[in-house]
Design a protein around this ligand. Structure first.
Ligand code: ZN
Length: 190
């Protein structure tokens, strides 16, 4: 079983612990050398600090922010399939990484437009979640369709469509435990 599949089967409290450990390990593996002068770094006074003995450069963990945007159009919701998720056939909300100098809201609007050609309105924060693939903070938003025809960025996506809630149970969805899955659960009829 892959780490992703294992992660999906953990309880919430186990997942938080494993996520923290994984993000810390990722940071340590990628902080062995000073990015400024190349000297091997040393552990600092606190667990999340490594320091360069040559130039005193300090390295703290970097968390990459990414948004998830669930776009509603009437009763339907917009789901996309990325190339990265093609093997598992999984469909999910639009997702993308925060760029330099950008707010999370700007990121959400940009990602939806770039990937699908759709303009959105009523953007609302939903929830956020630490995510260890490899070291992200996922920030979930909901939004309403404003305008535009679906025109996918084929470099990023294989497929995108608006689905009615009753179609969701027949689709391959994001892994349980993920924020993307929690957001879709709101729309799956019980
Ligand atoms: Zn250095």
């Amino acid at each position: 079983m892959s780490f992703r599949e294992t992660y999906a089967r953990l309880s919430d409290s186990e997942r938080r612990l494993v996520c923290k450990e994984r993000q810390l390990s990722h940071w340590k593996e990628n902080s062995r050398y000073c990015p400024s002068c190349g000297t091997p770094t040393e552990q600092g006074e606190i667990p999340i600090l490594r320091r360069c003995p040559a130039c005193a450069h300090e390295i703290y963990p970097v968390i990459t922010s990414a948004v998830l945007v669930l776009v509603r159009r009437g009763k339907e919701i917009l789901l996309v399939q990325t190339h990265a998720h093609a093997a598992a056939g999984r469909m999910g909300p639009v997702a993308g990484f925060l760029e330099i100098g950008e707010t999370l809201e700007e990121c959400a609007m940009r990602e939806v437009y770039e990937e699908t050609g759709i303009r959105i309105q009523n953007l609302q924060y939903y929830a956020n979640q630490p995510w260890p693939f490899p070291s992200n903070l996922m920030v979930g938003f909901t939004a309403d369709y404003l305008s535009g025809e679906l025109r996918i960025d084929t470099g990023e996506l294989l497929h995108a469509a608006f689905y009615p809630p009753e179609a969701l149970s027949a689709l391959s969805l994001p892994l349980p435990g993920s924020l993307a899955y929690q957001m879709l659960l709101l729309y799956i009829p019980v």
